[in-house]
Design a protein around this ligand. Structure first.
Ligand SMILES: NC(=O)c1ccc[n+]([C@@H]2O[C@H](COP(=O)([O-])OP(=O)(O)OC[C@H]3O[C@@H](n4cnc5c(N)ncnc54)[C@H](OP(=O)(O)O)[C@@H]3O)[C@@H](O)[C@H]2O)c1
Length: 261
């Protein structure tokens, strides 16, 4: 715990902290003694979580209501962290468009790029600059098993998650040489409000957000990416490494059609 705090403290910023995995990250980081800045659009859930966390001895929690799709997200992040030494960034927020690609307006598809690609790139650049100057810190980008291959009915979301994975892998090497640990968490289906609101038509085994978060924080500094859960790790190996790419896409398509077709 102390080593984690020394390496990644004193402040952490969790982007997309009001629910699901982001909320679990906030809890786990406060439990490790970090001070946290919680960012999401809805101030109600953010404030509720913040006041619960502040009840813990020594906890320091700030909130910032922000739409991470904003074109000036980097400047907004500067404003939010002004005067704070942020040693850890968790970019957890995501926008997902589910259903046939052509059935959704272009603006909605482009929002996927704003929230899932431009947001993490901008925050990793801004906060990563400060971390590299200090020679220590960490960046976690949340991605998905869908990042390994094209995924019908969630095509733009999966493509954005591939962006997160490849960005994190590159920065793992590049920023790692400057003392900053970077990790992509390739999560599988996880029991969150976001997953529930996607209204899946079939039941699949869901992971517990707290366990995904613990595995992720433990893996930080140990490699470029992590697939939490044994079954998910096996699936990722099968789809991403063993099978021909077109077969992997077809298998993924069967799974997403069962859920969302
Ligand atoms: N759950 C899964 O099955 C699963 C599987 C694989 C990967 N993942 C990845 O894990 C991450 C978290 O997923 P989750 O299921 O926990 O999501 P979630 O329950 O929908 O929560 C997403 C969080 O991001 C915030 N957010 C969304 N859009 C935002 C925006 N434009 N600006 C600011 N904040 C925004 C939401 O708060 P507000 O609504 O208040 O803004 C919320 O706090 C995502 O990156 C997702 O791709 C999840």
């Amino acid at each position: 715990m102390t080593a984690f705090l020394e390496r990644y403290g004193p402040w952490a910023l969790v982007a997309g902290a009001s629910a699901g995995l982001g909320e679990a990250f906030a809890r786990a980081l406060v439990a490790r003694g970090l001070r946290v800045v919680l960012v999401a659009r809805r101030s109600g859930p953010l404030e509720a979580l913040a006041s619960e966390l502040r009840a813990r001895p020594g906890a320091e929690v700030r909130t910032a209501a922000l739409d991470l799709a904003r074109p000036d997200v980097a400047e907004e992040a500067d404003r939010i962290v002004q005067g704070l030494e942020v040693g850890l960034l968790v970019y957890n927020a995501a926008h997902s468009v589910i259903g046939p690609f052509l059935d959704h307006p272009l603006e909605e598809q482009l929002r996927v790029i704003d929230v899932n690609c431009r947001g993490p790139l901008a925050l990793a650049h801004r906060l990563g600059t400060q971390m590299a100057r200090r020679g220590r810190g960490g960046i976690v980008l949340m991605t998905s098993l869908a990042a390994s291959q094209g995924s019908p009915l969630i095509a733009s979301y999966a493509a954005s998650k591939a962006f997160n994975l490849v960005l994190a892998e590159g920065l793992w090497d590049e920023l790692g040489l400057r003392g900053v640990d970077v990790l992509a968490c390739r999560a599988g289906a996880t029991d969150t409000p976001g997953y529930a609101s996607s209204r899946p038509k079939a039941t699949v085994p869901l992971q517990d957000p707290a366990r995904v978060v613990e595995a992720t924080l433990r893996a930080l500094g140990r490699g470029p990416s992590l697939v939490p859960g044994g079954f998910n790790a096996f699936s990722a190996f099968l789809l991403g490494r063993l099978l021909p790419r077109r077969t992997a896409v077809r298998i993924m398509g069967r799974a997403t059609r069962r859920l969302y077709g």
